[in-house]
Design a protein around this ligand. Structure first.
Ligand code: PMV
Length: 325
């Protein structure tokens, strides 16, 4: 009744932004991501008859409060599915996702937890089933089941049975790279959960966002299939800008951008004018991720490091899906 799994985080090139069901975590639009090898979570789950509640430690620290609650509520789903509602576990997670890099460590965290817990209980799930389960821990995590590029299909059913990620292209399809640009920006954070809700409920631009997704997906999937970097980069950057525009149309309006966020965006655009193909994308925070190809790694890294307000640049390649150790 013990298993260890490893899952990597992912960066969305077509963003998940908006829920149609908050409890089941069902999105208003499909999204598409690249799994990253540089950032992962390794989780061991041990179910023990003698435990009266779950025990969760993260990076060797005992966790309580909201983070603990999210983990146990998620394990309840798995216990119920396995027909063992009163069997509790010891969960040990190690995060290789520097929080400062601004990646949602919940993506790798919930994917690793879902994989380890189901395996420990002897459940055999297909990748679709694992992705659907993982979605209920954290939406974007359902894409981390797969390596390379994955698409989260929003689904049509009210119970979420058809809302899970599917593989688009494997890890070795294309050596495309991502630089995570860490900024010294300190801002009051609007969580992705709160930001999405406010946008769905109030943003004048939300309908335009949702309506534009199918076309973006068609373009980017064609770009990925043909390894057309300009096409993928242009669509990803534009999609990110549209997502962030919806926050400016919300009531009250908000933005995740800091002045150093803008500085990185402008530098990336200037790199392109100087013949270096690079494109940015930004999640629900101030940090920027920059897409580039291996032959430009040195120049891209050096340019990003020289921007004022940049404290670190962490490079990553395409990563693998969930593995069991
Ligand atoms: O799954 P969450 O709650 O971490 O939301 C992720 C939202 C974005 O990172 C902004 C976009 C995405 O698709 O990952």
């Amino acid at each position: 009744m013990q298993a260890t799994a490893k899952a990597h985080t992912n960066i969305a090139l077509i963003k998940y932004w908006g829920k149609r069901d908050e409890a089941l975590i069902l999105p208003t639009n499909n999204s598409l991501s690249l799994t990253l090898d540089g950032f992962y979570t390794k989780t061991t789950v041990i179910f023990k008859e003698e435990l009266e509640e779950d025990i969760f430690s993260l990076d060797d620290e005992l966790i309580s409060g909201e983070q603990y609650r999210r983990v146990t509520v998620f394990l309840d789903l798995i216990r119920e599915y396995a027909g063992k509602p009163n069997l509790y576990a010891e969960i040990n997670s190690m995060n290789e996702v520097p929080t400062a890099a601004g990646f949602a460590s919940s993506a790798s965290g919930f994917a690793a937890l879902a994989a380890a817990a189901t395996k420990a209980l002897g459940l055999t799930l297909t990748e679709h089933e694992l992705s659907r389960l993982t979605r209920q821990g954290s939406g974007s995590a359902c894409r981390s089941v797969y390596g390379g590029f994955a698409e989260w299909q929003k689904g049509m059913q009210n119970d979420g049975t058809d809302s899970y990620a599917v593989p688009i292209a494997p890890q070795d399809h294309w050596d495309i790279r991502v630089a995570a640009v860490v900024l010294d920006a300190k801002m009051k954070k609007v969580s992705s959960r709160e930001g999405m809700k406010r946008t769905v409920d109030t943003s004048a631009f939300f309908k335009g966002w949702v309506d534009s997704i199918p076309h973006d997906l068609d373009l980017i999937k064609d770009g990925i299939e043909n390894r057309n970097f300009e096409k993928v980069g242009q669509v990803a950057e534009a999609n990110c800008l549209k997502m962030h525009a919806t926050t400016l149309g919300a009531v009250p309006p908000f933005t995740y951008w800091h002045d150093s966020t803008m500085a990185v965006m402008q530098t990336v655009q200037a790199m392109r004018e100087n013949g270096i193909p690079a494109y940015f994308t930004i999640d629900a925070g101030p940090n920027v991720k920059v897409l580039y190809l291996p032959e430009h790694e040195e120049k891209v890294q050096e340019t990003l490091r020289n921007i004022s307000g940049v404290t670190d640049v962490i490079l990553s390649r395409s990563g693998q899906g969930v593995t069991y150790l």
